[in-house]
Design a protein around this ligand. Structure first.
Ligand code: F6P
Length: 344
């Protein structure tokens, strides 16, 4: 068989480990692999590269993706689906392994459901919000990076008696904020799933100061919507929209900091971690996860089990229909936020 492999949407650490596993797992089964550059766009515009064992040597610890990525959506382009299916035939592909998040897997699902297109998915996103799997590639590395940043901010916050607001990624869900907040010992964790009132946050910080703790760390997910005790809630803070109409979030850290300054009078600073969270070498856990998910995707493709996604359940690698993975979003369990509150 001949498989195409692509990475779509935002990059994350661990993509190269997945590509390597897909290539080597395929070769071990006697299949060929074609790398498709820049996500679904590369298939429509015939930007491909042959991938053999040697082509993926040395990429395991590298961040980013050797294939490049884009948020191209064939359903938004004129003749996009026809271009894609024609290219798939012309390349002699038995099917495509798509490594992606919500957007990329959503396209994979529609292609399969509406056009019987042969595709299997591998879940990646630092946001960790894909349904049907316990965890996605890139999440562990992002949490590690944020936790280290929170550790570093602790010492300088303490020296200056400041409130430090740390803005982390997580557009619809607060997995990174919750995990790194708990692991880094943050005093406040604000996530999109929980409408925490800013006045309560200010009270909590004031109470800490009254007890002699004159610094505080607040971790806020970029998708948190500022909420007041009155129940009033702002929209998420959007910087701009990209060429595909996708909202670029960012800036809620500043909004939270300004509110806390005016409510408490304490000196407050903001750190926005941004794309640092998506860069650099993947953790051992992400490399291991990407390798296992990549091999499962090869098994699915070899068996012609199109329309499915490799997934994690507990300690096992399983597969789920793409329909299940893309039908809903997976929120942070309330216990994670509660854990942060109890130990703060
Ligand atoms: O979905 C992953 C993610 O990192 C989000 O947390 C963030 O909002 C978005 O991607 C940023 O996308 P871009 O790289 O296009 O700015």
């Amino acid at each position: 068989m001949r498989f195409g492999v692509l990475t779509g949407g935002g990059d994350c650490p661990g993509l190269n480990a997945a590509i390597r596993a897909i290539v080597r797992g395929s070769v071990a089964r006697g299949h060929e692999v074609v790398g498709i550059r820049h996500g679904w766009r590369g298939l429509a515009s015939n930007e491909t590269t042959p991938l053999d064992r040697r082509a993926v040597a040395g990429i395991l610890p590298r961040g980013g993706t050797i294939l490049g990525t884009s948020s191209y959506d064939c359903f938004r382009e004129e003749n996009g689906v026809q271009l894609l299916t024609a290219a798939t035939r012309a390349l002699g592909l038995s099917g495509v392994i798509a490594i992606g998040g919500e957007g990329t897997l959503g396209i994979a699902h529609r292609l399969h459901a509406e056009h019987d297109y042969p595709v299997v998915g591998v879940p990646k996103t630092i946001d960790n919000d894909i349904a049907g799997t316990d965890v996605t590639i890139g999440f562990d590395t992002a949490v590690h990076i944020c936790t280290e940043a929170i550790d570093r901010l602790h010492s300088t916050a303490e020296s200056h008696n400041r409130v430090m607001v740390v803005e982390v990624m997580g557009r619809n869900t607060g997995w990174i904020a919750a995990a790194s907040g708990v692991a880094g010992g943050a005093d406040v964790i604000l996530v999109p799933e929980v409408p925490s009132a800013i006045e309560d946050v200010a009270d909590h910080i004031r109470a800490r100061h009254d007890q002699g703790k004159d610094f505080s760390i607040a971790v806020v997910a970029e998708g948190y919507q500022l909420t007041r005790r009155s129940g009033e809630q702002d929209d998420p803070v959007v910087q701009e929209h990209d060429a595909y109409g996708y909202a670029r979030l960012g800036g809620i850290g500043r909004v939270v900091a300004d509110e806390l300054t005016s409510l408490t009078g304490f000196e407050t600073r903001v750190t926005v971690l941004g794309h640092v969270q998506r860069g650099g070498t993947p953790t051992a856990r992400d490399r291991f996860l990407a390798t296992r998910l990549g091999l499962e995707a090869v098994d699915l493709a070899s068996a012609g089990a199109w329309g499915r996604m490799a997934a994690v359940r507990g300690n096992d690698i399983v597969s789920v229909p793409l329909a299940e993975a893309t039908g809903s979003r997976r929120d942070v369990p309330s216990g994670w936020i509660e854990a942060g509150r109890v130990v703060a």
